[in-house]
Design a protein around this ligand. Structure first.
Ligand code: SAH
Length: 217
């Protein structure tokens, strides 16, 4: 694939990062990743006018690429350090996974829709990102690869899956939007010890739902 990423795209990303900074994203590492990852290549059509607005966008299969602010906000809550081992639930377009890889994390990502999983599995390496992609039900996490430093859920959950809590390292953080279909509260669950967890709340968001099972086409 010829990668169409030029100075104009880079300029638009710089502006996007400036906007996110104004909206409260202060972690320079995150802003640098936003300046680098070519978001326009993650969309169905390469409508650059939409790619670098701070908006969610449809990616097919009834799913969306999250709004850049939401990606940056969840990433900020994760407190990423280089070499962190991270599990993402809801690969979608692969954009969030690419941002995490760009920040030096080791990323494992799960998608329940085969169509999206297949697309991302080929697309991300083409543009230089190599997370480990899995097809499956993220509710269960990845027990064979646990424990993780951080777990990120990028779909709205009605409850906090116990399996994900158990796959966190001590001191690890789970970032998950929890609520009903219309609105979810951003929660951070911190594992203090084997049995103790602390919960923080970080405001309202709207995500596509976290669903059980897989879609095989
Ligand atoms: N992180 C994505 C945004 C994804 S939208 C991005 O950067 O583009 C949420 C995604 O979660 C959708 O693709 C949806 O199919 C997926 N999803 C929903 N429930 C899931 C589950 N139980 N396991 C894995 N993926 C799930």
């Amino acid at each position: 694939m010829a990668i169409n990423d030029n100075l104009r795209h880079q300029g638009m990303r710089k502006k996007l990062a400036e906007g996110l900074k104004i909206k409260g994203i202060r972690d320079e590492q995150i802003l640098e990743a936003i300046r680098k990852v070519p978001r326009h290549l993650f969309m169905e059509s390469t409508f650059i006018n939409f790619a670098y607005k701070d908006q969610a966008f449809p990616i097919g299969a009834g799913q969306t690429i999250s709004q850049p602010f939401t990606v940056a906000f969840q990433t900020q809550l994760l407190q990423i350090k280089r070499n962190d081992k991270i599990l993402e639930i809801g690969t979608g377009s692969g954009y969030q996974a690419a941002v995490l890889v760009e920040m030096g994390a080791r990323v494992f990502t799960i998608e329940r829709q085969k169509e999206l999983y297949q697309k991302v599995q080929f697309f991300l390496p083409e543009i230089g990102y190599h997370p480990a992609c899995f097809f499956g039900d993220g509710y269960k996490g990845l027990p064979n690869f646990a424990p993780f430093d951080k777990i990120l859920v990028t779909a709205g959950a009605t409850d906090i899956p116990e399996d994900l809590m158990q796959q966190l390292k001590i001191g690890g953080r789970l970032v998950i939007p929890v609520g009903n279909e219309k609105r979810q509260e951003m929660k951070v669950i911190i594992r203090l010890s084997d049995k103790e967890f602390k919960t923080e709340k970080h405001g309202g968001f709207v995500f596509v739902p976290l669903l059980k099972g897989t879609v095989n086409f």
